[in-house]
Unconditional design. Sequence first.
Lengths: 123, 113
Amino acid sequence: QVQLQESGPGLVKPSQTLSLTCTVSGGSFSSGGYYWSWIRQHPGKGLEWIGYIYYSGSTYYNPSLKSRVTISVDTSKNQLSLKLSSVTAADTAVYYCARGSDVDTAYNWFDPWGQGTLVTVSS
Amino acid sequence: DIVMTQSPDSLAVSLGERATINCKSSQSVLYSSNSKNYLAWYQHKPGQPPKLLIYWASTRESGVPDRFSGSGSGTDFTLTISSLQAEDVAVYYCQQYYSTPFTFGPGTKVDIK
C-alpha cells in the first residue's frame, strides 16, 4: 500500500523559496504511470491544487501559481519535491502531496494523500 | 477555471438524521464520451489528510460506510449521509477533475445538533 510523507522546513522567511519533499513508500515512481500532485490548504480555508508531475517528469501547474512553482521528481529516492519561490504570508498553509488514483491519466481523484505539513511564512 | 460552490457552509444534524450537502460546478463536469461525471467527495477531519469518499459522483470508495452516497450529474451534485454518526463530524469537500486546474469546493462543515 502506497504511503506518502511530506517533509521540509516549517518556517520560511518572506521572499525566500519554500522547499518541500514528499517521500513515497510502498511503491515506485518508475513502476507506474501515475500523476503526483501538490495541494495546499490555507489556515481555515479550502483546498487549492498547486500542480502535478507525471512519473516521466512532465508537469502542469495551476496558472495562479505557475510563475513561482517547480515540481520535480527524484525516482532514485522515490521522492517528489515542491519549490515555491518569492513566498509571502499568503503562502502559509498546510501542504499535501497526493497521488492520482489511476495510471496514465491526470483526470482523476486524489488518493492516497500524505499527512500534510504546515509551512508558515514569517520573518 | 471551473468554480465549485457548496451549500450550506455548515449544518448541524441530530445523530441518526440525514445530512445533505450540495455542490455546484460553474460548468458541466460530465464527459459525454464516457457519460461519467468527473466529481469526487472528500471528508476532512482536523490533523488528518482528506479522505476520499466518492468518485465518479456516485461510486463509493472501498471501505466507506454505505450511509454515504453521492448523486447528481452535469453541474449539480449531492452528498448524503443517511444517518449521521458522531464520527462523521468533519468538513466535506467536492472536487472536479474534469479539467485543469483541478478545483475544490469551499467545504461544508458538518456538526452534531
